[in-house]
Design a protein around this ligand. Structure first.
Ligand SMILES: Cc1ncc(COP(=O)(O)O)c(C=O)c1O
Length: 428
């Protein structure tokens, strides 16, 4: 497979765009960041004409696949009518109503444009509602790239210190240490430690944020009873429980992970599953908290919030997903199951965690890993070779192990993927 045009574009881009890429997350690609030209369904084509079954899917937003027709039709119709008004549009009310129907915690909704923004709003609201300042977060969870957010997402252990009380570790130069004063970092899946922390510091904790499935690192599942225990403790100590459903939302169930696990947070953030590929996010939650925004004195703003084309996209995406009692997601889960099982049979020693709708592959790591540190034993070099083999045979995956799925995935896509998996595994 040749990547000559991608390489030439990368060299050209690097002269005018730092690193040649517009998000640092795209740097980690083999043999170099690639350029793409078009996509359709579950397939994507790069600028050299190579075709791939795509399990990157823009890292999640393409839940309905590349260029989903119903979403595009709705957006086309809207952009012919009007782009933005710095005023409200009925579409935003419809999307909010639909989210309130689908998501257990959602009684009110505010829109923004990215997951980071939605998390930012959730934390502000938690602080305003409680009059407290600290947020509990978990080692290895990702909640966005803002200065206050990007701590301990993938910390080197030498910097992070003891497991029971990780030290704050920034992810980038330019972050200020004082931001970490408002944060408590804990290992995930350890209910006793959470209880002890809340017993000693509960009166200072405004909110607790968690990915309900640890999608960004290792595809780890919550231990039985963990999310339920978290819910009870947050209620007991008056802490606002926030589920970051930027990945799990509208994907692992129509109502998100909270519907799948039957645990209802106070607030939840959504983005990647809701816009059919358009940049839109939401903060949804219980009325007692949400109504503090606006008339209640908590500022939430943004020029592009609830812009009509993105609202049209979100409405079409949510209608597509909820049609026929969620048939699209069910079909995706079935194909995901076949894919997982097919991979398991063809790749000796592979560890697969997560759920049928989104899962994580690795080699040499603990299948029962419960937190960030447990899964660090994985053999990243071996997985890198596997990813290169898959790419050579027409399958594109995220280099760090997560496999995103789309409702557009067909049986033929799965067959082609498994054939590629077999060849890539054989070459390992
Ligand atoms: C769980 C989670 N929260 C928040 C974010 C931030 O979203 P965005 O990149 O849209 O700002 C991400 C992005 O990957 C995410 O996975």
């Amino acid at each position: 497979m040749k990547f000559d045009r991608s390489k030439a574009l990368m060299v050209r881009a690097a002269k005018v765009v730092p690193g040649g890429i517009s998000s640092n997350v795209r740097a980690n690609w083999f043999p170099h960041p690639m350029f793409y030209e078009r996509g359709r369904g579950a397939r994507v084509w790069d600028v050299d004409g190579n075709e791939f079954v795509d399990y990157v899917l823009a890292r999640g937003p393409l839940l309905l696949g590349h260029s989903p027709k119903r979403v595009l039709d709705a957006v086309h119709k809207q952009i012919d009518t009007g782009l933005m008004y710095a005023g409200q549009c009925e579409l935003a009310v419809q999307v909010a109503e639909r989210i309130c129907e689908l998501v257990p915690c959602a009684e009110m909704v505010r829109f923004s444009n990215s997951g980071s923004e939605a998390v930012h709003a959730a934390w502000r609201l938690a602080r305003a509602a409680t009059g407290r300042r600290k947020i509990i977060r978990f080692e290895g969870h990702y909640h966005g790239w803002y200065d206050s957010q990007i701590w301990n997402t993938a910390p080197p252990l030498a910097a992070a210190g003891p497991r029971e009380a990780p030290l704050p570790v920034p992810a980038t130069k330019g972050q200020v240490a004082s931001d970490a004063e408002n944060m408590v970092v804990l290992p995930w899946n350890d209910l006793d430690l959470l209880r002890q922390t809340l017993e000693s510091q509960g009166s200072e904790i405004a909110g607790l944020i968690t990915e309900p499935i640890m999608c960004n690192q290792g595809g780890l599942m919550p231990r039985p009873g963990y999310l339920e225990g978290m819910r009870e403790l947050c209620t007991k100590y008056g802490v606002v429980l926030i589920f970051d459903e930027v990945i799990t939302g509208f994907r692992v169930a129509l109502g998100g992970a909270q519907a799948r696990f039957g645990v209802t947070p106070d607030l939840a953030t959504f983005a990647k599953g809701m816009g059919g590929g358009f940049p839109v996010s939401a903060l949804a939650g219980k009325r007692e908290f949400m109504q503090l925004i606006g008339p209640g004195g908590v500022l939430h703003a943004g020029t592009y919030n609830s812009n009509p084309p993105c609202m049209a996209a979100a409405l079409a995406a949510l209608e597509t997903l909820s049609a026929d009692d969620g048939a699209a997601l069910k079909g995706m889960a079935q194909r995901g199951r076949r894919l997982r099982e097919g991979i398991r049979h063809r790749v000796p020693g592979v560890v697969i965690r997560g759920v049928d709708e989104i899962f994580h592959l690795s080699f040499g790591s603990d299948p029962d890993a419960g937190d960030y540190r447990d899964q660090l034993t994985r053999d990243t070099e071996k997985y890198r070779r596997f990813v290169l083999g898959l790419q050579e045979h027409g399958v594109r995956v995220v280099p760090d192990g997560i496999w995103f799925l789309t409702t557009a995935l067909t049986d033929e896509d799965v067959d082609d993927t498994l054939a590629a998996v077999e060849k890539a595994a054989g070459a390992l």
